[in-house]
Design a binder for this molecule. Structure first.
Ligand SMILES: Nc1ncnc2c1ncn2[C@@H]1O[C@H](COP(=O)(O)OP(=O)(O)OP(=O)(O)O)[C@@H](O)[C@H]1O
Ligand SMILES: [Mg+2]
Length: 212
C-alpha cells in the first residue's frame, strides 16, 4: 500500500498530467485510488472524459474522487487502506490541501520545470515539505523534471541546482510533447494513445523508478 502525492506550489508544472498517468499505470497493477485535491478538478474532469471515451472502454481505471483541504488526510487515511496504491493530485498553491496531501503520502513527487523561475518558486514549497516531515518523518521526496525542452541544456542546469540544494531528482524526466495534451483531452494516457514512443518510454522510466 503506497500513497504518492504529486505536489508543487507552482501552477502548470504537470501535476495533474503526471498524477493521471501514474494512477493509470498503477491501475494496471491493482486497485488504485486517484484523489483529486485541487478545486479546479482537473483529474476528475479527465476521469469524466475517460468514461465518455469509447476507446477507453475496458481499460484499467483508477477510482477517482475529489477531496478538499483537511479531508485529504482525515478521509484519505481510511480510504487508502482499500487500495493497493493511491495518487493525490494536490492543488497548485500552498493551501491546506497540499499540506494534508504531504501528511498522507509515503512519497512526494515534485514535478518542476527546468528554469530559474521554477527553481526560485521551489523555496516556498521546500519550507512546506520540511514542516510536513516533522509530522510525517518517513516521507520520501523526489523531484521530477517535467515539461523539459529536450533541445536545451536547461535540464542539466536544473539538476545542478537541485543537487546544490540537496534535493533528490529522479533520473527519469518528462519532456514537453504535444501527445500529453492530446491524450489527457481524450481521457487517456500517452501509452493508451500509442502515438509517441518517446513519451511512452519517458513515462515507463518514471513509473519504474518511482515504484521500485
Ligand atoms: N509533458 C508535457 N508536454 C506537453 N504539455 C504538457 C505536459 N505536461 C503537462 N502539459 C500541459 O501543460 C498544462 C499544465 O499541465 P497540468 O494541468 O498537468 O499541470 P498542473 O501542475 O496540474 O497545473 P495546475 O497548477 O493548474 O493544477 C496542460 O495544458 C497540460 O496539458
Ligand atoms: Mg492540476
Amino acid at each position: 500500500m503506497t500513497t504518492y502525492a504529486v505536489v508543487n506550489t507552482k501552477g502548470g508544472v504537470g501535476k495533474s498530467t503526471n498524477s493521471i498517468h501514474l494512477a493509470c499505470h498503477l491501475a494496471t497493477k491493482g486497485p488504485t485510488l486517484l484523489i483529486d485535491g485541487d478545486p479546479q478538478e482537473s483529474a476528475a474532469t479527465w476521469a469524466a472524459w475517460r468514461r465518455d471515451c469509447k476507446e477507453a472502454e475496458g481499460l484499467p481505471m483508477p477510482v477517482t474522487i475529489c477531496l478538499r483541504g483537511k479531508a485529504i488526510y482525515d478521509e484519505g487515511k481510511h480510504l487508502v487502506t482499500n487500495y493497493k496504491n493511491t495518487v493525490v493530485d494536490a492543488g497548485g498553491r500552498d493551501a491546506p490541501g497540499l499540506r494534508n496531501a504531504l501528511l498522507l503520502a509515503d512519497v512526494a513527487i515534485i514535478p518542476v520545470g527546468a528554469s530559474d523561475l521554477d527553481a526560485a518558486a521551489m523555496t516556498d514549497l521546500l519550507e512546506v515539505v520540511d514542516i510536513a516531515k516533522d509530522y510525517n518523518p518517513n516521507l520520501v521526496v523526489k523531484v521530477l523534471l517535467a515539461r523539459v525542452d529536450p533541445r536545451t541544456k536547461d535540464a542539466k542546469d536544473m539538476l545542478k541546482w537541485l543537487k546544490e540544494n540537496n534535493l533528490s531528482a529522479l533520473s527519469a524526466r518528462v519532456c514537453e510533447r504535444v501527445v500529453f495534451r492530446r491524450s489527457i483531452g481524450e481521457g487517456r494516457t500517452v501509452e493508451e494513445l500509442a502515438k509517441d514512443p518517446q513519451a511512452i518510454a519517458e513515462m515507463k522510466a518514471f513509473y519504474e523508478e518511482i515504484t521500485q
